[in-house]
Design a protein around this ligand. Structure first.
Ligand code: URA
Length: 360
């Protein structure tokens, strides 16, 4: 059940927000919608308090009226530029925490220009906005509700025949992969009698997990994430109530590299058409890239500026992107193997997985 946080500036959009709230109440339970976080307990750091309130939600609706950017305080300071502006803290926290952030434009407001915003709010300009117009308010809110549902819901179930079709399509990709003797890694596969590792799991999964390349254990079995890191992945999935067969798991490179190293650009490019075909069969609602290399490849594929950022700064962010089969999210996270070395990485990985619950 998605929880929605409404962030707004009183002097800017209070009237619209009251109406919005009433309409949302026709679609959601009262416990699902949060606004007016004005009961901050005495003695509590209000920044921490607001960040935690945002952390408890899945979606933040940022209501932007005509004064959202320009509103000033009693001393004439532009509120949005102040570090203690509640609106800035809420929206920046949601963006930094990788929440689904939907700008909701009211009162004729336009999406602000990135250059007019402080750096921590600039990513909001890359989120698709919903416009609420006075004359067709109910209809616009229905569209907003539908968008929130789509952003937070798992995929609709498919028929047995559709599932069988997807299984057949995946088998065809496997056959082509086995026949891919022109792969730069084919000699290693051939010499060692390894298997190529296509991927496995639910052919219609909402969540598709992708990493860089299979290890030796995986190549011996022809199955992804079969070794120690596979055990970590299975454990993490269990923390959100999922088993391995509920999701689809694959890699950007579909053969063993022959040694412990990063895949080359040429190797990634060789397998890209196979990976693309897997994506288009499974049509996941979310693609989770595990590890720095996979994150870089996935973010680059979807033209995300964060592609060059370190995994430590972008892990757990839900990034809305448009794939060939529709609007989806991509999420970078740590490689399961990394947690074998660090307890803090394990807790970050666990936190990142919690965000995926939204799509289960
Ligand atoms: N590591 C990966 O990156 N992929 C696997 O399939 C297994 C381990």
């Amino acid at each position: 059940m998605a929880r929605i946080f409404i962030s707004y500036r009183r002097q800017d959009s209070e009237g619209y927000v009251g109406r919005l709230y009433d309409h949302l109440m026709r679609h959601f339970e009262a416990e699902q919608v949060f606004m007016d976080v004005d009961s901050i307990p005495l003695g509590v750091d209000f920044v921490t308090f607001l960040e935690q309130s945002v952390a408890e939600c899945d979606v933040l609706l940022a209501v932007l009226g005509p004064l959202w950017v320009s509103a000033t305080d009693a001393d004439g300071n532009q509120r949005l530029l102040l570090d203690d502006d509640f609106v800035r803290i809420e929206v920046a926290a949601a963006l930094a925490q990788g929440k689904v952030v939907v700008p909701v434009l009211v009162g004729g407001a336009k999406m602000p220009r990135s250059a007019d915003l402080p750096a921590d709010l600039q990513p909001i300009t890359r989120r698709n906005a919903v416009v609420l117009e006075h004359a067709r308010f109910a209809r616009d809110v229905d569209r907003l509700v539908e968008a929130v549902r789509q952003l937070t819901a798992a995929k609709a179930p498919i028929t047995a025949a559709q599932r069988a079709e997807k299984e057949t399509a995946l088998k065809a990709i496997r056959t082509d992969l086995i026949a891919a003797t022109d792969s730069p890694l084919y000699p290693i596969r051939q010499e060692n009698r390894f298997f190529p590792v296509l991927g496995e799991g639910n052919p219609d999964a909402s969540l598709l997990f992708i990493s860089e390349a299979p290890g030796i254990n995986e190549a011996k079995e022809g199955r992804p994430f079969f070794g120690q890191s596979g055990a970590v992945l299975t454990e993490m999935l269990a923390t959100i109530g999922l088993t391995r067969d509920a999701v689809y798991v694959t890699n950007f490179v579909l053969d063993y590299l022959g040694e412990k190293r990063e895949p080359t650009t040429a190797e990634i490019a060789f397998y890209a058409p196979f990976v693309e075909r897997i994506f288009e069969v499974v049509r996941p609602a979310v693609i989770v890239a595990m590890g720095g290399t996979a994150a870089r490849v996935l973010l680059k594929k979807f033209d995300q500026p964060e592609a060059t950022h370190k995994i430590s700064t972008i892990h757990g962010k839900l990034m809305p992107v448009t794939a060939a089969w529709g609007n989806i999210h991509i999420v970078p996270t740590y490689h399961p193997a990394s947690v074998l070395y660090s307890a803090s990485w394990k807790s970050w990985l666990r936190e990142d997985f919690q965000k995926l619950k939204l799509f289960v």
